[in-house]
Design a binder for this molecule. Structure first.
Ligand code: IMP
Length: 429
């Protein structure tokens, strides 16, 4: 019993962290299964606001936190987050998979080069670390980092990577390699020592918890359209944020997943390059960006903003097997009237209900919009009061919006977010 996956239905930043944090109250384990420090999860409650990049979002509830094998771990970021939690009086009950791969300093330099330029990556070393994982000869796993043979492994990897290190100016020539190796070893062997108590066999613990009937939340990072296989390739990340990624990235079989909660923002945003059919180019896009605080949690880059895209959400429902939807940030659309929603795409004179994620197709599609009345702007305090009173207290236009989406998608919207705090989530019962 229940394995619950929380997955982003758009281009990431759907506020999955807030949904996971909300659900974590009733969970036993929270498991990250993909991505790395490219994610940015904000968790806010009362006056406390914390931003995590690697730590699973249930941290503030004191739950068992698991970083699965599908994650790429930047040890410095993780250790800093452990310290930040201790500073607010929370001792993280953390387990890091020994199978997870380690982001090394050269990965970040390589990422900041070619990939950052053409794909608009977050420069956190994500793509190069996953590339080394697939290459096998050049990878360092958590098991290596915390184990007794880290020095040997590092030596062999750096030798194998010499040409690349020279090409990126990380070392000038082969003779400089020993000095570089000692620098990296000095820093990373210390990280390994600090992380050793947290490293273990995550798959065992997660499967045992499921066997015992515990509630396990699988927390996806990024979103479906950024998935390496299913997103708008090549404008994607290098991991599998989709629900199936939870099985691979945590080591559980598909029969262990009982619910898949898709998280969508009431509008759409995208950071970095790539197609975005419902993007708004005029000052309305700027208004949504300012009201919604749509700036990257990790990089601070302004997010591109656009209308809600139902063909995209239908695609996400299909790829992830979504059983329910959490719709976030409804408050941001207050006062924007009328509201547009893309209900289909027109391509070559034909209407399509479901997005195809090929860049060449998306460049040609024309969204078919329907308009809804929208609702009035409310202050954060008013939204807080609405949240306390429940779904029925939402402005009529907001309920119409939710019910329109639900009806057009054929999947229930079970949660609605009207603000950033834990208290601003409304569950529909
Ligand atoms: P990477 O994951 O750093 O390789 O970046 C690849 C693409 O995914 C870029 O367009 C990034 O902006 C985007 N991306 C990566 N992580 C996130 C995220 O957590 N939210 C939104 N976009 C992201």
């Amino acid at each position: 019993m229940p394995g619950i996956v929380v997955v982003g239905m758009q281009f990431g930043d759907e506020s999955k962290g807030a949904v996971v944090d909300y659900l974590a109250r009733d969970a036993d384990l929270v498991v990250r299964y993909n991505g790395g420090a490219n994610a940015g999860h904000t968790v806010a409650t009362g006056d406390l606001e914390l931003k995590f990049r690697l730590m699973p979002s249930g941290a503030l509830w004191g739950k068992r936190l698991v970083i699965g094998n599908g994650v790429v771990v930047d040890p410095k970021v993780l250790l800093d987050e452990i310290k930040a939690l201790r500073e607010v009086g929370v001792e993280p009950n953390l387990l890091v998979s020994r199978k997870a791969h380690v982001v090394m300093p050269y990965h970040k330099v390589i990422d900041a080069g070619k990939m950052a330029g053409s794909l608009g990556t977050t420069r956190r070393g994500i793509g190069p670390t996953y590339a080394d994982k697939a290459r096998r000869t050049d990878a360092i796993r958590v098991d290596d980092l915390v184990g007794p043979r880290f020095r040997e492994r590092l030596e062999s990897v750096l030798r194998s990577k010499l040409d690349e290190l020279v090409a990126y100016g990380i070392v000038r020539r082969e003779e400089d390699l020993p000095k570089y190796r000692e620098e990296v070893y000095g820093e990373y062997s210390e990280y390994g020592r600090e992380l050793r108590p947290y490293a273990g066999e995550a798959y065992l613990e997660v499967n045992r918890a499921l066997d015992e009937g515990k509630v396990v939340l699988f927390e996806g990072a990024q979103g479906t359209l950024l998935d390496l296989d299913h997103g708008t390739y090549p404008y994607v990340t290098s991991s599998n944020p989709v629900a199936g990624g939870a099985c691979v990235g945590a080591g559980v079989g598909p029969t262990r997943i009982d619910r898949v909660i898709g998280v969508a923002k009431a509008y759409t945003t995208r950071v970095g390059a790539g197609p975005f059919p419902t993007e708004i180019y005029d000052e309305l896009g700027d208004r949504i960006r300012e009201k919604g605080g749509e700036y990257g949690t990790v990089t601070g880059r302004p997010r591109r903003c656009g209308w809600l895209d139902l063909p995209m959400l239908r695609y996400s429902i299909m790829i992830n097997g979504i059983t329910e939807i959490a719709l976030r940030k409804l408050d941001v659309l207050g006062g924007i009237r009328p509201l547009k929603v893309a209900v289909a795409y027109e391509v070559d004179g034909e209407e399509r209900e479901v997005m195809t994620p090929f860049v060449s197709d998306l460049e040609r599609v024309r969204p078919v919009y329907e308009e809804l009345d929208g609702w009035e702007e409310l202050s954060p305090g008013e939204w807080g009061r609405v949240a306390r009173r429940g779904y029925g207290a939402l402005p009529r236009g907001a309920r119409d919006y939710v019910e329109f989406i639900e009806e057009r998608l054929g999947v229930p919207v079970t949660m609605v977010g009207v603000g950033p705090r834990r208290e601003d989530t409304i569950e529909r019962v």
